[in-house]
Write a protein that binds this ligand. Structure first.
Ligand code: NAD
Ligand code: FES
Length: 278
């Protein structure tokens, strides 16, 4: 059992919880994730480890409340418990140890960029972060990233920082030059757009994929993605891959496969019946 130590609302539908998980806090590396199983009857949810504190024995998880299961998870309060947290899972981020990295975070994907930027700084690279949200209240992890390097904030509506998508700011940064590698995490169309910007410039680009996951151990095949000519499993081969080789169309197609069931689970959770998706 993992006690919730703290909880904070980061944006209108994004919540950060700090949970006790001493072993994971000690050995986790940037890019890795956990699978959270709130209670016996609950669905398993894959979540990136956004931060960790080995001294306190805690990890931070950032949850976008979009469906029944994620809403139930963010409803937990400090002092309550999560039944199990499995991990750390997945391959750690391939970090550079010198030169300059551009970290691009779209919306809740910025929570995944944070441990990558931390790892880059620890390894010796310099970091410029471009982060964005629909409007000011959707921008997350700005303060934490400012401690690690320059931060450019973008909002779709111009209510804070630069008006426009993160890809607009990334285009300008790349035009100046001097970027050795780009890490991009956010909605699939955003990561596809970043990869399209960097491909002609031949700047290595790493993206973090979030397909549907079930077991997180490479057994169920639920998280398969196309990378180059190969089929990979995001849970054991990723979740980070070469953005220039990822088949983003296939990923979008697979992400929409369970939309009807998710909608049904959402409707049912409001009216009392039980379906375990979302
Ligand atoms: P959002 O739709 O609010 O977009 C966040 C920002 O991404 C925007 O402000 C914009 O700067 C950029 N963006 C969005 N669409 C773009 C496009 N077509 N071209 C260029 N830039 C674009 O995002 P949100 O609601 O915070 O995130 C939701 C999505 O992120 C979900 O689809 C979720 O599955 C995905 N997600 C992905 C990961 C991952 O590991 N890749 C992690 C968490 C969430
Ligand atoms: Fe089952 Fe990856 S989640 S194979």
């Amino acid at each position: 059992m993992h006690e919730i130590i703290a909880k904070a609302r980061l944006s209108p539908n994004v919540t950060r919880i700090e949970a006790r998980a001493p072993r994971i806090a000690e050995i986790r590396q940037p890019g890795q994730f956990v699978i959270v199983h709130r209670a016996e009857e609950a669905e398993r949810i894959p979540l990136t480890i956004a931060d960790g504190d080995p001294a306190r024995g805690t990890i931070s998880l950032v949850i976008q409340a979009v469906g029944k299961s994620t809403r139930e998870l963010v409803a937990l309060e400090p002092g309550q418990f999560i039944q199990s947290i499995a991990g750390p899972l997945g391959r750690p981020t391939d970090l550079i140890s010198s030169g300059k990295a551009l970290c691009v975070g779209g919306g809740v994907g910025t929570a995944v960029i944070h441990p990558i930027a931390q790892g880059l700084r620890r390894a010796g690279a310099s970091v410029v972060s471009i982060i964005g949200g629909r409007a000011r209240e959707w921008v997350i992890f700005e303060e934490e990233l400012r401690r690690l390097g320059e931060v450019i904030v973008c909002t779709d509506d111009g209510s804070y920082g630069r008006k426009g998508f993160v890809t607009d700011a990334a285009r300008d940064c790349l035009a100046v030059g001097g970027i050795d590698v780009v890490y991009a995490v956010g909605p699939v169309p955003m990561m596809r757009a970043v990869a399209a910007l960097t491909r002609p410039l031949k700047v290595r680009t790493i993206v973090s994929l979030n397909p549907v996951m079930v077991d997180g151990t490479g057994m169920c095949g639920g998280c398969r993605v196309g990378v180059g000519e190969e089929v990979k499993f995001a849970c054991v081969d990723g979740p980070e891959f070469d953005g220039h080789a990822v088949d983003f169309e296939l990923l979008m197609d697979r992400l929409s496969t369970y939309r009807a069931q998710e909608q049904e689970a959402n409707t049912c959770s409001e009216s009392g019946c039980r379906i375990g998706l979302g």
